[in-house]
Design a binder for this molecule. Structure first.
Ligand SMILES: C[S@@+](CC[C@H](N)C(=O)[O-])C[C@H]1O[C@@H](n2cnc3c(N)ncnc32)[C@H](O)[C@@H]1O
Length: 258
């Protein structure tokens, strides 16, 4: 669409942000970037990089835009029901549970997890690491404040117990649930992954990655899980050859590390 090259845009963007756009499916990502550049009436990629370098607000807005951070509590309820009924009972024991919510966005997912795990364990034995590449969503997640739209799918049993209605249609997740979750920045394309998890939840981000990038991520997830640990993926993110990563499928979206 623009006369200057997307390849050199990706290089300059990597130098500026540390985000490797080569790992994201190109057609989709490029269409999003091109339409944002056109909307802002910027003549091309080089001019756009200069805007990102000089305008902090545009930089933050752009990162939010390309990372696509839509989320909600209890997203895809049928998956949470399988998690509660079939997946969690055999893996929970009195010593507690260590879970990683990778690409957690605004925190809806790790807080939903803490509420559900509270049905099985005292809250002080629930340890959830929640990570995302985007600083802005992490700081929103830490605030624990949400709109009605974000929490509308959360079952009433959790909403009544753990969500406080504030003024102006804002809702706050209770302190006891927030204490179960530690938020941190982390890029799934970086070489270092945290270790020793009973479960990793990574949903609605791998759909944007190339097959090569997904292959690397699945190997690393496998290394980050304890034997018998569970990987919980989003609805369109099934693994084609789970054995290649030492996983056995237990039901759609759920894999067990052998
Ligand atoms: C659509 S949200 C998914 C949120 C939540 N897991 C859910 O399913 O509702 C995708 C998230 O992936 C994050 N993300 C994108 N690329 C990433 C990367 N390389 N490493 C870590 N997080 C990434 C985005 O910042 C965004 O918050």
């Amino acid at each position: 669409m623009f006369i200057d090259s997307y390849g050199s845009f990706k290089e300059q963007f990597y130098k500026l942000t540390g985000i490797d756009l080569n790992a994201y499916k190109e057609g989709q990502m490029r269409r999003r970037i091109d339409s944002l550049i056109a909307k802002n009436r910027i003549p091309g990629y080089t001019a756009f990089i200069n805007v990102l370098k000089s305008d902090k607000e545009k930089y933050d807005e752009f990162l939010g835009y390309i990372t696509i951070n839509v989320s909600e509590f209890w997203r895809n309820p049928e998956q949470w029901e399988i998690l509660e009924r079939n997946i969690l009972p055999p893996i929970i024991n009195d010593s507690g549970i260590k879970v990683w919510s990778a690409a957690c966005s605004t925190g809806d997912e790790p807080y939903s997890l803490a509420m559900l795990l509270g049905e099985f364990l005292p809250l002080n034995r629930i340890n959830i690491l929640a990570t995302d590449i985007d600083k802005q969503v992490i700081s929103k997640a830490r605030s624990g404040i949400y709109t009605e739209k974000s929490i509308k799918g959360l079952p009433a049993r959790f909403r009544n117990r753990y969500v406080n209605h504030m003024c102006d249609g804002a809702y706050e997740v209770s302190q006891e649930i927030r204490k179960c979750v530690t938020f941190r920045e982390h890029d799934l394309l970086s070489p270092r992954y945290p270790l020793d998890f009973d479960m990793i939840v990574c949903r609605n981000v791998l759909i944007y990655f190339t097959d090569e990038a997904k292959d690397v991520v699945f190997h690393k997830f496998s290394r980050s899980l304890k034997p018998g640990g569970i990987l919980f993926l989003g609805s369109t993110e099934q693994i084609l050859y789970p054995k290649d990563y030492g996983f056995s499928p237990i039901s759609s979206f759920f894999y067990k590390k052998l």
